[in-house]
Ligand binder design. Structure first.
Ligand code: BTN
Length: 230
C-alpha cells in the first residue's frame, strides 16, 4: 500500500464503515507507526507493517495468538527461533524483532471491532539509538522476502483464529512453548500503572499473566513485563 501514517489509523477508518471485518491493511512504510504505551514504531522500508480488522469473540487471547503467529512465521521463513515476552513482544536473543498492538472500537459498551497491528523488523534499517532492537536480516545475514513472510503470517493467524473459537487451550499451549517469561521473577507494570512483582507461573484463558506474589496469586490482565530475571 505504499506509505501511510499508520496502518492502525487507516484500518480504523475502514472499520468504522462496518463492512471491513477480515480486511488487512499492509504498508511499505509508516510516518506515524505506533507502538504500545504511546511509543513510536520505526517503520522504514523493508519491514512488515500490517493491521487486521477483526470482529471479535474472545478478544483477550488475540495478543497471545498474534505473538505465536509471528514467532512461527519467523521460524518458517528465517529458520531461527524467536521467543515471546508476555504478552507478545517477539525477541531474538533478548532483542525485539516484532511487536503487536491491539486497539478496540467500542459502541454502546460493546467491542465492535479489534485492530490487530503487527510490526516485524525484516530488512528495514534500525536507528542506531535502538540497541535493544534487531531485524531478521541482521540475524540471518541475508534479506528475507517480506511478501512471503506476510503470506505465511496470515496463514498462521487464520489457523489460530479458528482455534480461538474451537480450541482456545491450543493457543495457550503454543504460547507456553514459545515464551521465556514463565518461571521467571518479573516486574509487571499493569494497565493502571501499578508495579506488580512476582514469579510468573502461567497464563490463563483470558490471556492474563498469573503471578505468585508475596501477597498470594495475582492475575495481571494487561501491561508489560519490565524486567525478568532467572
Ligand atoms: C509494540 O510496541 O510492540 C507494538 C508495535 C506495533 C507496530 C505495528 S506496525 C503496524 C501497525 N501500525 C502501527 O502504527 N503500529 C502497528
Amino acid at each position: 500500500m505504499g506509505c501511510v501514517t499508520s496502518t492502525q489509523k487507516v484500518a480504523r477508518e475502514h472499520a468504522l464503515t462496518d463492512r471491513a471485518g477480515g480486511m488487512i491493511i499492509v504498508a511499505d512504510t509508516q510516518t506515524q507507526g505506533r507502538g504500545r504505551d504511546g511509543r513510536k514504531w520505526h517503520s522504514q522500508e523493508g519491514g512488515l507493517y500490517m493491521t487486521a480488522i477483526l470482529k471479535p469473540v474472545r478478544v483477550n487471547l488475540i495478543p497471545l495468538l498474534a505473538g505465536v503467529a509471528v514467532a512461527e512465521a519467523i521460524e518458517a521463513l528465517a529458520g531461527i527461533k524467536s521467543w515471546l515476552k508476555w504478552p507478545n513482544d517477539v525477541l531474538i536473543d533478548g532483542r525485539k524483532v516484532g511487536g503487536v498492538i491491539i486497539e478496540s472500537g467500542w459502541l454502546r459498551g460493546e467491542v465492535r471491532f479489534v485492530l490487530l497491528g503487527i510490526g516485524v523488523n525484516i530488512n528495514n534499517p534500525l536507528p542506531e539509538n535502538l540497541p535493544e532492537a534487531t531485524s531478521l536480516s541482521m540475524e540471518v545475514g541475508e534479506e528475507i522476502d517480506v511478501n512471503r513472510f506476510l503470506d505465511h503470517l496470515i496463514r498462521r493467524l487464520d489457523h489460530h483464529l479458528v482455534d480461538l473459537y474451537e480450541e482456545p487451550e491450543k493457543i495457550i499451549r503454543s504460547w507456553r512453548a514459545l515464551t521465556q517469561t514463565l518461571g521467571k521473577q518479573v516486574e509487571v507494570i499493569d494497565g493502571s500503572g501499578e508495579i506488580v512483582q512476582g514469579l510468573a507461573v502461567d497464563v490463563d484463558l483470558n490471556g492474563a499473566l498469573i503471578l505468585e506474589t508475596q501477597e498470594g496469586r495475582r492475575s495481571v490482565f494487561s501491561g508489560r513485563v519490565d524486567k525478568q530475571h532467572n
